[in-house]
Ligand binder design. Structure first.
Ligand SMILES: [Zn+2]
Length: 457
């Protein structure tokens, strides 16, 4: 009987990895990095339960680092097979994987310099060479076409509306059983700018479903009013709005809203800096794949030129030291690394500044500490007092909330035999399980880390 082992994003939101074993073949669905709490990050160093060279193929739902960021490690540890994904995912991975590798190398270097690693010398989880090697394995595929990946197995990528190239993946056994698994990936939202609505679900025997916001409803759309208020108030205090943002995806939406508000005369023009070379390249990919996006992207493209690109580290440093009121968008999204950390180091002690979170902050990240009202955070080994205002806008999330998840589930032609909830923290998963059981009467399971289940295929 085919089996599935949950090697990540089980009762947590990062590290997505699901190992399918069928007819003597092994396929890994997603290959994400664990982020957040130390006990989770340490899992990035643990070997897989099977040797990487025995995995025949990897299939990716999308390019976010918690779904793709362990690929260079997998390759570095001996994986030799192809990596299937959409063209958009392959494009974005060209940005995120080398960047992640660079951060790993920088972290190791920094730890060695400061001597705060227990390991001597500290080694990176993977290198830029591993990332480059991983990128040579990518086999980009179009949406909505059945592709044979291994003997007797085909997959189809279906647009999930969560990020450029994001998909859920329908795997079909081509033998007489015709068994089908739908790997949900991350699910997008309805009626949002930039990205299309999630495509309707398809019939499957087994469903893997994300549950990040399984216990929450996003606040009703306020047409940018909160964003306008936050920027206006901060500028009136002569402060900076520092936005830790995923370098790809969220930045596009944030810029869209700022330009819309300015266009409608609801926000005075302030300098906007995108302090992330990767985000700038990501914007280019969005512009070349408009046919995969929402129609509103066309309007956004017309208005995009009015922001300042911060390319070199020197320019970034100058921006950190500059006191002019501005909106600064810099990665990483959970403030765990990247240039935003330097902006926070300088900006957090100043009451005139605002730190604005526009995405999910996983437990254990600096972003979550700030969101939870920490009085100080540790940056570069120092205690940095938090006097800046902390704000968040949940509505800009690219993850479906509990209502949207159920709305999407209702588009499936029939109930799967089993629905496995993945990619969520415990409270959210328990709430979503209760809701699906009550409203749809489906059989829902919540797998634990490392659990192996037999699939009724
Ligand atoms: Zn995602």
């Amino acid at each position: 009987m085919p089996s599935l082992t949950f090697l990540g994003a089980a009762r947590t939101v990062t590290g997505s990895k699901y190992l399918l074993e069928v007819d003597g073949q092994r396929v890994l669905f997603d290959c994400g990095l664990f982020q957040g709490l130390k006990e989770l990050r340490l899992r990035n160093w643990s070997p897989l339960p099977v040797p990487p060279e025995t995995i025949d193929a990897v299939v990716l739902t999308h390019a976010h680092i918690d779904h793709s960021g362990w690929l260079p490690r997998l390759v570095g540890q001996g994986f030799k097979g192809p990596i299937f994904c959409t063209g958009g995912t392959a494009d974005l991975c060209k940005l995120v994987l080398p960047d992640a590798a660079h951060l790993q190398e920088e972290d190791a270097k920094f730890a060695n310099k400061r001597g705060f690693s227990k390991h001597s010398p500290a080694l990176p989880l993977y290198t830029e060479a591993d990332a480059a090697e991983a990128l040579t394995r990518f086999r980009p595929q179009p949406f909505n076409q059945k592709i044979s990946i291994l003997s007797g197995l085909e997959v189809e990528f279906i647009n999930a509306g969560h990020l450029l190239g994001s998909s859920y993946i329908l795997l079909t056994r081509q033998d007489k059983s015709g068994g089908r698994i739908l790997f949900g990936g991350d699910l997008g939202r309805y009626s949002r700018p930039i990205l299309p609505d999630p495509s309707p679900g398809v019939a499957a025997d087994v469903l893997l479903l994300e549950s990040t916001y399984g216990d929450r409803l996003h606040p009703a759309e306020d047409d940018g009013a909160t964003l306008a208020r936050i920027i206006t108030e901060t500028v009136a205090r002569r402060g900076k709005v520092i936005v830790p943002a995923f370098a790809i995806g969220r930045v596009e939406e944030l810029l869209y809203w700022i330009f819309k508000l300015e266009d409608e005369g609801r926000l005075a023009k302030v300098p906007i800096y995108v302090d992330s070379p990767m985000a700038l390249k990501g914007l280019e990919y969005y512009n070349t794949r408009t046919d995969e996006l929402d129609e509103e992207i066309v309007a956004m493209r017309r208005k995009l030129p009015r922001f300042t690109s911060v390319n070199s580290a020197m320019e970034s440093k100058a921006l950190v030291e500059n006191d002019i009121p501005a909106v600064i968008i810099a990665s990483s999204g959970m403030a765990t690394g990247g240039r935003v950390v330097h902006h926070l180091f300088a900006g957090l002690p100043e009451p005139r500044n605002t730190i604005l979170f526009v995405g999910y902050q996983a437990a254990g990240t600096r972003g979550r500490q700030l969101e939870d009202g920490a009085q100080y955070v540790k940056i570069f080994g120092q205690h940095v007092p938090v006097h800046a205002r902390i704000e968040k806008i949940d509505g800009m999330s690219s993850h479906a909330d509990s209502g949207e998840i159920v709305r999407w589930l209702r588009t499936l032609p029939r109930a799967p035999k089993t629905t496995y909830l993945v990619h969520g923290e415990v409270v959210a998963q328990d709430a979503l399980k209760a809701r699906i059981t009550k409203e749809l009467g489906w059989n829902v399971e919540i797998p634990s880390h490392g659990q192996k289940v037999e699939l009724p295929l």
